[in-house]
Design a protein around this ligand. Structure first.
Ligand SMILES: [Zn+2]
Length: 316
């Protein structure tokens, strides 16, 4: 009861309809107030602080920070004496004035009900502790409600969790795991192909999955028919691969391309429509994608303008 503020009101005996055993039959043997004081002290020592999730040194740190903080120091003072009227206090104290009935000073620690009043200096650290383990907004709020308070604490907890970088990372949509392509048994058994643009010019790149040997061909058109013509020329030089991998671009998903695969007798596999990066040779490394290999090839070598075709003899 020590933490409550009382309103004493006299009620005349004639209005007490039930017998008041406490006031009318005092125990003459019990005149010493020491027992009561000890009981109060025991209550304060045993029941209040163990419920707070803080060690005694940490509680002392809060006490000291409250004393050092000008606003908290004033609140502490008003709790020990009397709160002035709302109009006569500083604006920084108004949020505390509204809840003055819940504010108490227990063993030098300023509390809001059973929650520690956290001064400005310790709020960031307290928020970190509340959000330890990166629990969501609701769980973090519940932690605060059991232990700490300051004006707008709920909104600040919400804001802190929303801005947490670790939590933001966790919320990112999970990527489909990339499955590495096993190394083929021999060269030109499996090739990857893709279109890419460099300095406004479209190219087709074909990369051997065994050796990473690339061929880049400048394209005059990007139609399926033209891509097939270009691939036929490449296959004429190196042979027809067993498998051709590509993305789901219109040139490769067309009926013409399917027919081309059937006529030439190679297996055509396409990457997942939602995860085009799975076309990468040997796993997830972006630089192993045919498109990336083609780009880096062309930025390192000069393209033959006569034939519009270059056979790279330097392996990457
Ligand atoms: Zn977090």
């Amino acid at each position: 009861m020590a933490k409550y503020e009382y309103l004493a009101q006299h009620v005349s005996g004639k209005f007490l309809y039930a017998a008041d055993a406490l006031s009318r039959a005092p125990n003459p043997d019990c005149t010493d107030d020491t027992d009561l004081e000890l009981e109060v002290e025991a209550y304060l020592n045993s029941d209040l602080f163990p419920s707070l999730p803080a060690t005694p040194p940490k509680l002392m740190e809060y006490v000291q920070a409250q004393i050092d903080d000008p606003t908290c120091a004033k609140v502490r003072e008003y709790c020990e004496t009397q709160w002035p009227s709302r109009n006569s206090i500083d604006s920084s104290l108004k949020p505390y004035w509204k809840v003055k009935a819940s504010l108490t000073l227990v063993k030098q620690l300023l509390l809001y009900n059973n929650r520690i009043v956290v001064p400005l200096k310790l709020r960031k650290e307290t928020l970190e502790n509340i959000h330890e383990g990166h629990q969501g907004i609701e769980r973090s709020r519940l932690r605060a409600q059991c232990s700490v308070w300051w004006p707008c604490v709920t909104a600040e907890v919400k804001q802190y969790v929303e801005n947490c970088r670790e939590c933001a990372k966790e919320c990112k949509p999970k990527r489909e795991p990339l499955i590495s392509t096993p190394l083929p048994d021999y060269p030109w058994q499996m090739v990857g192909t893709d279109l890419f643009e460099l300095k406004g010019q479209q190219y087709l790149v074909v990369v051997d999955y065994y050796s990473r040997y690339p061929e880049c061909i400048k394209l005059s058109r990007t139609t399926s028919a033209h891509i097939i013509t270009v691939l036929k020329a490449i296959f004429a030089r190196h042979g027809i691969p067993e498998t051709v991998r590509s993305d789901n671009g219109p040139q490769f998903s067309s009926h013409e391309f399917t027919q081309f695969a059937q006529t030439y007798g190679f297996k055509h596999t396409t990457s997942s429509p939602h995860y085009p990066q799975s076309n990468g040779a040997y796993g997830s490394n972006r630089k192993t994608h045919p498109k990336e290999i083609g780009r880096s090839s062309l930025s390192n070598f000069v393209l033959s303008s006569d034939t519009n075709a270059v056979v790279w003899t330097i392996p990457l």
